[in-house]
Design a binder for this molecule. Sequence first.
Ligand code: ADP
Length: 495
Amino acid sequence: MDKILVANRGEIAIRVMRACRELGITSVAVYSNADEGALFTRYADEAYLIGPAPAAESYLNIRKIIQIAKDCGADAIHPGYGFLAQNPNFAYVCEQESIRFIGPSSKVLELMGNKMAARREMKKAGVPTVMGSDGHVDVSNAQEIISELGFPVIIKPSGGGGGIGMTVVNNEEELQEALASAKLIAANTFGLADVYVEKYLPDPRHIEFQILADSYGNVVHLGERECSIQRRYQKLIEETPSPALTSRLRHEMGEIAVKAARWVNYESAGTIEFLFSEGKFYFLEANTRIQVEHAITEVVTGIDIVKEQIQIARGCPLSIKQEDVCMNGWAIECRINAEDPLNNFTPSPGKLQHYRSPGGVGIRVDSGVHTRYTIPPNYDPMISKLIAWGRDRNEAICRMRRALYEYIIVGVKTNIMFHKAVMENPRFVNGELGTHFISTETTLVDDMRRITKREKSLEERLSQIFTHTRRAAAVAAVAALTQMRLQRDEREADS
Ligand code: ADP
């Protein structure tokens, strides 16, 4: 494998290309009109335009991507995350064209991509799942299934993802309407109206395990990531290890994650997601790709997950055994997005008039932006992933706070103040996390306002100090000049 086409954009495209460079592999970028000149297109060894800005005509255009891969002689495609990363059809076309898809087989993608089928499969494997339906739910069987589970329940699209179409139902009266609307959303978004139900757990934690599996049957887990700080089922802050796990539980859950991967003959990097509630854990879904938050695992384990993923696709055995995996210290990731946290997190794309990312010991910033870069309105408004490492959780939090205060982004609104508020939140600091954290921490909005006010007054005080300093400097300069003139006059008078 000498040349990899990266069918993605932004920070993850650069992340993959970095791994390629270390491995001596040529990297190829494909980009839409909206990404002309973007950093990832310049980082790549080669770059080709795929089409107009809308993803359907560019990053989701399978035919065009395959054509470019063939034309430029790429022998593999890395799909990153999102876009085509979990699309079995894309993987299948790659397989047919003898282009290595860097991920699991199309068969595994198909199986795990249907969340209900994956749930059934995991039950067969002996992996604990949340109580719920074993098949599709519709008006004819909903009442019977739910009477066994008891309210509240959550309706989920089988072909779903991104939290889309998931609906919590609290009572009988809401059921029919919720079912109809979930099915409609599922059909429109995923082209599959099938939905299933699960018992809705009260404020669980989201804990997932990173796994690596090669084609020789070796499977290891790289420990867990806690991703409970979410908004609308979307992760905003992740950390590893989880403050909730003992080493016994980590071992137990890790073994189950490995068992789940083995059961489906998984090959590549992947994630087994669990909900964790009252000391028990339940399989949620498998993410059959590299995840946004993979970097925190890299920071604590020292293992380059993308490089391992590429090596697996090359047919190499894993470079590590389970006993080699050692988690050192603590890492936290804040997703820095161009969005306004004081206005319902509305996206705020636009031009970065000034951009300076934090640095120093224990800080990693994965990003695809720079000063004068314009964040296009067409895609996810992520600016960067800010990762802080510390020897323990407290050091990681303090370092994250310091890095957030160093971050300078001018030109678009960002969620940095939200992250600052969370890093100062006593419940967060105590590690008392849950997926309802944001909705139950009602002081966060006031905290963000307080932090903004505090920073403004600090800025004002600083600018006053500078004005004073400037005035004082001017006075001193005038005094020095006057003194010089006086001395000159005296000298001239003497001569
Ligand atoms: P998606 O694939 O759309 O991202 P997931 O099934 O992975 O959806 O769930 C995303 C999030 O939704 C979870 O992290 C959790 O916060 C919430 N969630 C999902 N299932 C349940 C459940 N049964 N009970 C409580 N919360 C749930």
